[in-house]
Design a protein around this ligand. Sequence first.
Ligand SMILES: [Zn+2]
Length: 114
Amino acid sequence: MHEFAIAKNIVTIAEEYARGEGKSRITGVNLEIGAFAGVMLETLNYAMDACAKDTMLEGAEIHIDSIEGTGQCRDCGQVFPLEGPVSPCPACGSFRFDIRTGRELRIRSLIVES
Ligand SMILES: [Zn+2]
């Protein structure tokens, strides 16, 4: 389950950040996860709890914002919500588009305590 690898990564990044700021405890983590990031939110939530044990993040509140997928048509420039990775442009029916949002996988903010 790669959610555990992602969670471990997030814990490492968050701890490095807090240490750099001279803080010893992280009480909250806000994450942004895109609809096409390939991450199961429930599994990630569980994995975060498990990976936070015995770290600076133990007991931290994990908040996950899910980002909807949008695409921009390469033929007519229309920006539209994506139902899935293959979804036609509602304006011209083209299947050629660039994914604008939906692949996010990032820490938006951390709440740290000294
Ligand atoms: Zn189009």
